[in-house]
Design a protein around this ligand. Structure first.
Ligand code: NAI
Ligand code: 15L
Length: 265
């Protein structure tokens, strides 16, 4: 890629990936509403609120790939989700239309399907079962991306990330964890595959404990290598296993299913 846009670059995943992304494009354009620090030699910084259509139009100009990490990443009020995850997504896709349809990796989430139980195995054809307003906004993002693909051929990888952190933080993440190395490899496959289309991909490592069937995306050639199981003993020693009737043990979305609606008033 000549110029890759990374939204949400000041967030947890943006910071974890920042150095690694420098290898994937001549120039990496980093954007967020939060502080982005100083630019490295092949970086350019363009602060922008995703809810601002004109600013997003300028942000996308000149980019030939977009890693879309920006937005509200947990349960929150509808007004915040509406601005960043709903209007923001629409603004991004309209800007992509105006600027040559750069390929997009959309950071969707397991919270699109959070109400499945942990004893169920699902694939990318399983109906959505979002576990909150945040999950609903990711369902909207996937539907919007699909529509731009069907109507205009805009390619997007809809990556339903499980839990992408340095290591699993609780027992549920033994199933949902994706390592930074596996995410980096996935980003590489998404932007270098000759044909992408608009697949749903489970963003998860090669964990022994697994609920999600990724075979529909096998054509991309992404083979995650890490396995959360190596952290089980460490987790067992550090935190108690939640009771069997706790949402963290029952549902794929874990505690998100029990979150109240965060009301604006
Ligand atoms: P994060 O919350 O740390 O980062 C999101 C970034 O988006 C923040 O820096 C924030 O300032 C920015 N942002 C929020 N509203 C914005 C707006 N209106 N305009 C511009 N920027 C805005 O989240 P994290 O963990 O880095 O996740 C990145 C993406 O991946 C998010 O879209 C999240 O929903 C998704 N994801 C992450 C998972 C994980 O395990 N880290 C799991 C599933 C999905
Ligand atoms: C997400 O969608 C969140 O962005 C992240 O913070 C984690 O909570 C993750 O899901 C998860 O389910 O573990």
């Amino acid at each position: 890629m000549k110029r890759m846009l990374v939204t949400g670059a000041a967030g947890g995943l943006g910071r974890a990936m920042r150095e690694r992304l420098g290898k994937m494009a001549d120039i990496v354009r980093l954007s967020d509403i939060a502080d982005l620090g100083d630019a490295a030699p092949n970086e350019e910084l363009m602060p922008c609120d995703l809810g601002d259509a004109d600013a997003v139009m300028a942000l996308v100009e000149g980019c030939d790939g977009i890693l879309h990490l920006g937005g509200i990443s947990v349960e929150d009020t509808f007004s915040k989700i509406l601005n960043a995850n709903i209007a923001g997504l629409y603004n991004l896709y309209e800007a992509a239309q105006a600027h040559g349809q750069p390929r997009i990796l959309f950071a969707s989430s397991n919270h699109t399907i959070g109400f499945y139980r942990q004893d169920e195995h699902i694939d990318t054809t399983s109906p959505m079962r979002p576990d909150g307003l945040y999950g609903v906004s990711k369902c909207f993002g996937e539907a919007l991306a699909r529509m731009y693909y069907e109507k205009f051929g805009q390619e997007t990888a809809l990556v339903r990330i499980g839990s992408c952190f340095e290591k699993p933080r609780n027992h549920r993440m033994l199933a949902t964890w994706m390592s930074f190395d596996d995410f980096e490899a996935l980003i590489g496959r998404v932007f270098h595959a000759p044909l992408l289309g608009c697949p749903i991909i489970w963003g998860v490592s090669d964990n022994d404990c697994s609920w999600w069937d990724n075979s529909a995306a096998a054509y991309l050639g992404w083979r995650p290598k890490d396995n959360a199981e190596i952290f089980r003993a460490e987790l067992d020693a550090a935190i108690p296993t939640p009771p069997k009737d706790d949402p963290a043990s029952l549902y794929q979305g874990g505690p998100f299913v029990a979150e109240p609606i965060h009301r604006d008033r």
